[in-house]
Design a protein. Structure first.
Lengths: 230, 235
């Protein structure tokens, strides 16, 4: 059999994958929001040298950065129900997308915590002293003085982390999630054509990556401009 | 069903046997990616017209495509093309005989080339431009300046990025199990196929990947210190 790309199939796949784009985007959005929140907590535990939590945070970050996300996904998928059953909670009927949201949020948190830690560390010591001298509490110092300054430093790496988060969502189909890639698999078994589906899926991923890059490039410009103006 | 520690041991042993496979899946692309990525970085660094823009476009494209998709595309293409090609050559091989690890190495090499070219370009840009003029003033050719002055300074700068790319490759190599390569992850999962103790199997795989990434990161940070110190002592 001679192999050739069937362009009619490419056209057939296009709208069918387009409607699954929200699933992919929702994983990225959920993981970004909760990853940033949890990542900030993990970073704080290390920055503020909180007893025991600091070590826990360090080990968790090292583990999450040092193991493949597919492995983390299955650890949560098989481990969490077992853990919750021990305290009498049954989650057998829970939609699998929640396992995905959890895995990607925790995974992203590890990468965000490293970014936040180093960008907060990049704020000069004198800023802390000045804030303390002005009578600001520690929490106020973080919110009004330190975090606004660290945003500019953290932005490029944050953009890169979100982009690789987007790439990682392509593994969610392993739990049977029908995102863009899951849809290719499902339609592939009906039509017998996978290659065209993968190509259309790749197109959507490239499009979203470029879009993300543009957004962060613009944001960076805005932030550095504001810094110069003050 | 509880966590079975003794089976964790069994799975660890089964998975540890395949550490060489996972290392090969990650390190061969790392070496090939360096060989391919460095010239690409130089072309972009010197802003070679047309070629530079072409490479930039290709890098953006490759970095936008998830590695799994690249892997699947190669798998489908080689699956369809291998048998007719072998028939054409008159050889008695079928796709079943084709080592699938080649597919994974090819996909990871493409990914590594793009990522490493970015790392090297960044490191080259970090070298003080006056070094080029100094080299020229000392009567060195452009190639000599690059080889003896610029690259030795750029190398230590690129190491943290190369370290990140290496651990990313180790983790990405786990996807090779999706095209039925028996690596650390697949060996762990296969060991659980009889008793369905997949949690222990994945925990075993996680421990091995963690150990691998941790040791590689440490090795790179030692290497970076040694190289930076040597650069200082020369200067």
């Amino acid at each position: 059999m001679l192999m050739r790309l069937d362009w009619d199939t490419v056209v057939y796949f296009f709208p069918k994958l387009l409607v699954k784009l929200p699933v992919t985007i929702s994983i990225v959005l959920v993981a970004t929001v909760f990853g940033l929140l949890l990542g900030f907590v993990l970073a704080l535990a290390q920055l503020e040298r909180v007893f025991v939590l600091r070590q826990v945070s360090k080990i968790a970050v090292s583990f999450l950065r040092g193991t493949p996300i597919i492995v983390q996904m299955f650890l949560i998928f098989f481990g969490l129900p077992l853990l919750l059953k021990a305290i009498g909670l049954d989650i057998d009927d829970l939609d699998k997308i929640w396992f995905i949201y959890l895995t990607y949020s925790i995974n992203a948190a590890a990468f965000f915590s490293e970014i936040l830690r180093s960008s907060i560390g990049a704020v000069p010591r004198a800023q802390w002293d000045a804030a303390e001298g002005s009578g600001l509490t520690r929490a106020q110092t973080y919110r009004r003085i330190v975090l606004p300054q660290s945003v500019a430093v953290a932005l490029p790496a944050t953009g890169m982390t979100i982009t690789s988060l987007l790439q990682d969502t392509s593994l969610a189909f392993m739990l049977g999630i029908v995102d863009v890639v899951g849809q290719v698999k499902a339609l592939g078994s009906i039509t017998g054509r996978l290659l065209e589906g993968y190509i259309v899926a790749a197109f959507f991923f490239v499009l979203l990556s470029v879009l993300l890059e543009r957004i962060f490039h613009k944001a960076e410009k805005k932030v550095t401009f504001r810094k110069k103006a003050t | 069903m509880t966590f079975d520690l003794s089976f964790l041991g069994t799975a660890l042993l089964a998975a540890a046997n395949k550490i060489p496979t996972t290392l090969a899946l990650a390190l061969i692309p790392l070496v090939l990616g360096t060989v391919i990525g460095l010239p690409l970085a130089l072309v972009r660094f010197y802003r070679v017209p047309v070629l530079g823009q072409g490479i930039q476009g290709a890098v953006t494209l490759i970095k936008g495509i998830p590695v799994v998709l690249m892997l699947f595309v190669f798998y489908v293409i080689s699956g369809k093309a291998f048998d007719p090609f072998m028939q054409f050559l008159g050889l008695p091989f079928t796709f079943r005989d084709f080592p699938k690890s080649i597919i994974a190495i090819a996909a990871l090499t493409i990914y590594a080339s793009a990522a490493l070219s970015e790392a090297f370009r960044g490191a080259l840009a970090a070298v003080n431009p006056s070094q080029f003029d100094t080299g020229a003033a000392a009567g060195l050719t452009q190639a000599q300046t690059l080889g003896r002055i610029v690259l030795p300074q750029a190398l230590p700068v690129s190491l943290p990025m190369v370290s990140n790319i290496t651990t990313a490759l180790i983790k990405a190599a786990a996807m090779a199990s999706l095209v039925s390569v028996v690596d650390v992850m697949n060996a762990a999962v296969i060991s659980a196929n009889g008793n369905y103790r997949y949690l222990e199997a994945y925990a075993a795989a996680a421990l091995i990947y963690w150990g691998l990434c941790f040791s590689l990161e440490k090795a790179f940070s030692v290497g970076e210190k040694v190289l930076t110190r040597r650069m200082r002592s020369v200067a």
